[in-house]
Design a protein around this ligand. Structure first.
Ligand SMILES: [Fe+2]
Length: 336
């Protein structure tokens, strides 16, 4: 791997694109209920962001016949990093393409690549800056989401995913392991717990998009809003406190089943000697600090991902020992 060209200088996870089967239903969920800001739209797409976001979008919802995750978008430091992305993924034998500014509204020239893990990743350096809304408290609704924070992806082989993101210059903040097997890992470029995390399972699939809110009451209020509207089935797991990352969280499912997390209160990881926190796979606090069992669907269900041509990627079954072999955390069976 040492012969690889230098990787692009990734600043952070910045946006994701999701294919949704009904744009009006998706709009009701993401905009009317969750309170995302609409930056831009056309007949088949919505460009959304949180109230703190100073680039054009955190989420692109595109209308399509089959629900899927379209792309994971990373901001890079400079335009020169676009060429580095092409060279890096090209050297890995991955298909890439370079698309002009405006391929996504409000976004500069972009390099797209099918990464070695099977995900479609996009790199951009330039973005339009819409109106700053951080202090428009009068506009805030729903979960008062501030920004996208991370991607959580299902991969059949967590150590392979760890090595790939390590080669991209990501730091490691936390793991779930047992000394022999790495079951899950959280990795970062910006100075938080993660920009990307890996959940062992059939993949490539998108497990969830993580969105940051400033206050625990935003997480609770979102649950109350959904309950009031008899939409409690959208609440999949939580609210609760994670062991890993210390986040106060809730997991929701959108009308197409795409999973998102609204969370608050993780921590700073920017020191160069930031120590890794390693959780035992047998510690029931790792996934929920209060020991609440995880619903099985959280481990088994995820969104299909698309290739450069918009076709679903084939899913490969888990290649390593699963973190949970029966049901969910309340029924954890230790690996032999
Ligand atoms: Fe998450």
């Amino acid at each position: 791997m040492s012969s690889l060209p230098p990787p692009p200088d990734i600043v952070r996870s910045a946006y994701a694109a999701l294919v949704v089967t009904s744009l009006p239903e998706a709009r009701r969920f993401w905009v009317d209920l969750l309170g995302f800001v609409v930056t831009d739209e056309d007949a088949s797409s919505l460009y959304l962001r949180g109230y703190d976001e100073l680039t054009h979008h955190n989420l692109i919802l595109r209308s399509g016949p089959v629900a899927a995750a379209g792309a994971l978008g990373f901001r890079v430091r400079s335009v020169a990093d676009l060429s580095r992305a092409e060279e890096f993924y090209g050297a890995l034998g991955c298909r890439t393409e370079r698309v002009p500014a405006g391929f996504a509204r409000g976004q500069g020239e972009t390099v797209r690549a099918e990464d070695p893990l099977g995900f479609l990743v996009e790199f951009f350096a330039a973005s339009a800056h819409p109106e700053r809304l951080q202090q428009r408290y009068d506009l805030r609704r729903g979960a008062e989401v501030a920004r996208l924070d991370h991607f959580n992806i299902c991969v059949p082989d967590v150590p392979v995913a760890y090595e790939h993101y390590k080669s991209l210059g990501f730091g490691l903040s936390e793991t779930i392991e047992d000394g022999r097997t790495l079951y899950a890992a959280w990795m970062y470029r910006k100075q938080t717990v993660h920009d990307v995390a890996f959940t062992g399972g059939a993949g490539p699939r998108l497990h969830h998009l993580g969105f940051f809110a400033h206050e625990p009451h935003s997480v609770l209020r979102m649950c109350d809003i959904l309950g009031s509207l008899s939409l409690e089935s959208c609440i999949e797991r939580g609210p609760g406190r994670h062991g890993v990352s210390n986040a106060f969280y809730v997991y929701l499912r959108d009308p197409d089943g795409h999973r998102l997390e609204v969370y608050t209160s993780d921590y700073y990881t920017g020191d160069p000697d930031h120590p890794v926190l390693r959780w035992s796979v047998l510690d029931p606090r790792r996934r929920d600090f209060w020991g609440n069992a995880v619903i099985p669907s959280w481990y088994s269900e995820a969104s299909a991902v698309l290739d450069l041509d918009g076709k679903p990627r084939p899913v490969i079954d888990i290649a390593q020992t699963a973190e949970v072999t029966v049901g969910a955390d309340g029924f954890t069976v230790p690996a032999e």
